[in-house]
Design a protein around this ligand. Structure first.
Ligand code: FES
Ligand code: FE2
Length: 338
């Protein structure tokens, strides 16, 4: 049985809890940070700030994916400043130390080190990186599970909708004045559909919304009405990896914690190659954007009330809010607060 009440409100703004979440959750789990199509060629790289960890993912000269912390071993400059690009070497923009694509320090530019300076022990700090569904995932965990094992049954559920020939359509990014969990909570239930999402409500029978909460993921199932224009399927994997399907493609979504009261929501839409850009944009793209904007309108108000000190916790529906309860149970478990 899952919990009957929501997480206490201080979980949604407390700096100390946010720091614990970074340590015990975001430094342990696999995190989706970019796309395989950005790393097609040797030397292609992407950079990202995963909370306060600047990181790099790149394709090396043996076509192997590699991940590094984006920090120079000399005096801690970022070694790559652009968000994406192609390079033959990584040259630090501060004093010019040069690293090869395996992350090894190949040339500490005109450096007069002490007698015991050994450039071989000054490689970039490695991190784990893997790709799946055309996405790049990283883990800051020194010994993560394999990505397949981490995904568990979620992989098969996505594979029921994902085609390897899907092409990248576009990216949507929103900064939202809310804790990352306020946003995940909203995703984890369909109880608000009839009031908040009028179009979605025309397409699905929300009363029959069901969640299968297992293996740290929630598979959402909701029957479509015969008249549905956008048949869909949804799912969430702890802590912040989501997929949505609307017809002829798939949308991957992540909810990044930025600060205790601030998150960033990122969508990457992929479409079937036989669908023209405008066609997909005007149907699935517009639909996803509408649903997202409808949620974003109310989430900052919920955050404000969670911070106001009037409300502490509320009851959860045993029929419609099991996904929220499961998420909250996982948070408490990961933070060793049981
Ligand atoms: S900090 Fe990178 S070369 Fe000095
Ligand atoms: Fe919603």
């Amino acid at each position: 049985m899952f919990r009957k009440k929501s997480l206490e409100s201080h979980h949604y703004y407390d700096e100390k809890i946010f720091t614990q979440e970074i340590e015990h959750i975001f430094k342990k789990e696999w995190l989706w940070i970019g796309r395989s199509d950005q790393l097609k060629n040797r030397g292609d790289f992407i950079t990202a700030d995963v909370i306060h960890f600047p990181i790099i993912a790149l394709r090396d000269n043996n076509d192997q994916l590699r991940g590094f912390h984006n920090v120079c071993r000399h005096r801690a400059s970022k070694v790559l400043l652009r968000s994406s690009g192609n390079c033959k070497h990584i040259v630090c923009p501060y004093h010019g130390w040069r690293y090869n694509l395996k992350g090894e320090l190949s040339n500490p530019s005109k450096f007069f080190g002490s007698d015991d300076f050994d450039h071989k022990i000054h490689s970039l700090f490695p991190i784990h990186v893997q790709e799946k569904f055309g996405l790049i995932f990283i883990s800051l965990n020194k010994q993560p599970k394999f990505l397949d094992e981490w995904l568990g049954p979620f992989e098969q559920v996505i594979n029921n909708h994902y085609e390897s020939e899907f092409i990248f359509h576009n990216e949507l990014k929103f900064d939202v004045h809310a804790n990352w969990k306020t946003y995940v909570d909203n995703y984890q239930e369909g109880y608000h559909i009839p009031i908040v999402h009028p179009q979605l409500n025309k397409d699905v029978i929300w009363e029959e919304y069901e969640l299968n909460n297992t293996n740290e993921c929630s598979i959402h199932k909701v029957p479509e009405k015969a008249s549905s224009s956008q048949p869909g399927s949804f799912g969430w994997h702890f802590p912040n990896f989501i997929f949505n399907t609307y017809g002829r493609g798939i949308v991957f979504q992540r909810i990044e914690p930025v600060k205790p009261k601030w998150c960033r929501v990122i969508y990457n839409l992929f479409r079937s190659p036989d669908i023209a850009y405008d066609d997909f944009e005007n149907k699935e793209g517009k639909y996803q954007l509408e649903v997202s904007i409808e949620d974003q309108k109310l989430i900052p108000d919920i955050q404000q009330n969670l911070q106001a000190g009037i409300y502490t916790s509320g009851p959860l529906s045993t029929k419609y809010e099991t996904g929220v309860a499961y998420f909250h149970d996982l948070i408490i478990h990961k933070l060793n607060m049981e």
